[in-house]
Design a protein around this ligand. Structure first.
Ligand SMILES: C[S@@+](CC[C@H](N)C(=O)[O-])C[C@H]1O[C@@H](n2cnc3c(N)ncnc32)[C@H](O)[C@@H]1O
Length: 274
């Protein structure tokens, strides 16, 4: 649920009547009511009515999600800057600091849907060839879900990163079968059990080390999301065994109350199989 414009919510408490359209919405506080009213005023009455119909069918958890989206400046900025979701700002922030994406680079974006990280990568590695002055790179995105097309990116929609068939296709799409950078913002569907979700994501991240052995160039980089927990050190150790340096990152655009972290591993030490 990370499209910047996805809105849906109901709420309990104060009653809020949207004038001419005759839709009634129950809100929890005056500030929420005021916020909604200004949102509604900035949209047409028709879309306001549709929005409120959607709102009335959601659970309290859904309501909280939408309220958070509405208050989030990164959601608004993503919408204004045509990013497919707010996570674009996390990659922009980390790349501004560490310059892992360079023009001409080949990048694999694991868990790419809906495609915001790929949008950033296409721009930074110049894979759409928009800047004739710098080398043209490659971006390949993979996801279990459908990824809407993007100029400058090859997408393997409905593909599992851990599947050997996917990895074989990747080898064909990458120049010389090699990538400079592996990005992973992959996440399993949250079960609601924090420890279980943490373990599942760590297992997914560990599989990226095997992927690196197949496609990552010597001195290449891996940036992967994980949810912090008891097994994070295992992943860090595994990464440290094959990369020259591993850093933990928490970009400002990553919500403070989330366990989300990133490992940025660089200087890959490729072991040559004999
Ligand atoms: C947080 S979203 C990624 C958002 C993306 N970075 C963006 O900026 O648009 C996580 C994605 O990981 C995908 N995913 C989870 N497990 C996967 C797997 N084994 N192979 C491929 N994609 C996977 C999910 O389908 C989901 O779309």
């Amino acid at each position: 649920m990370c499209y910047a414009q996805s809105l849906s919510l109901t709420n309990r408490g104060l009653s809020f009547h949207a004038g001419a359209v005759g839709c009634t919405l129950h809100m929890t506080s005056l500030s929420v009511k005021t916020m909604w009213w200004s949102r509604l005023q900035s949209r047409g009455l028709h879309s306001s009515c549709c929005l409120m119909k959607k709102l009335s069918s959601k659970t309290p958890a859904g309501q909280r999600w939408v309220l958070r989206q509405l208050r989030d400046p990164y959601v608004k900025a993503a919408h204004q800057q045509n990013f497919r979701c707010r996570s674009a700002f996390k990659l922009l922030e980390m790349d501004d600091k560490f310059r892992l994406l360079q023009p001409g680079h080949s990048v694999v974006d694991c868990g790419a849907a809906p495609g915001a990280w790929s949008q950033v990568a296409v721009h930074r590695v110049n894979s759409a060839g928009t800047d004739p002055e710098v080398p043209c790179g490659t971006v390949v995105g993979i996801d279990l879900l459908h990824i809407p097309p993007l100029d400058g990116a090859h997408f393997l929609s409905c593909h599992d990163v851990t599947d050997p068939t996917t990895q074989a296709k990747l080898l064909e799409l990458l120049p010389d079968g090699q990538a400079h950078v592996i990005l992973s913002d992959m996440a399993p569907n949250a079960s609601g059990f924090r420890e279980m979700d943490h373990e599942r994501l760590i297992t997914m991240c560990l599989s990226l080390v095997d992927l690196a052995a197949k496609i990552l160039r010597p001195r290449g980089s891996l940036l992967c999301k994980y949810w912090d927990g008891i097994l994070a050190h295992k992943l860090q150790e595994k990464l440290s065994s094959v990369f020259g340096s591993v850093q933990t990152l928490k970009p400002n655009s990553s919500r403070k109350d989330s366990a989300e972290r990133y490992f940025f591993a660089k200087m890959y030490r490729k072991t040559v199989k004999r």
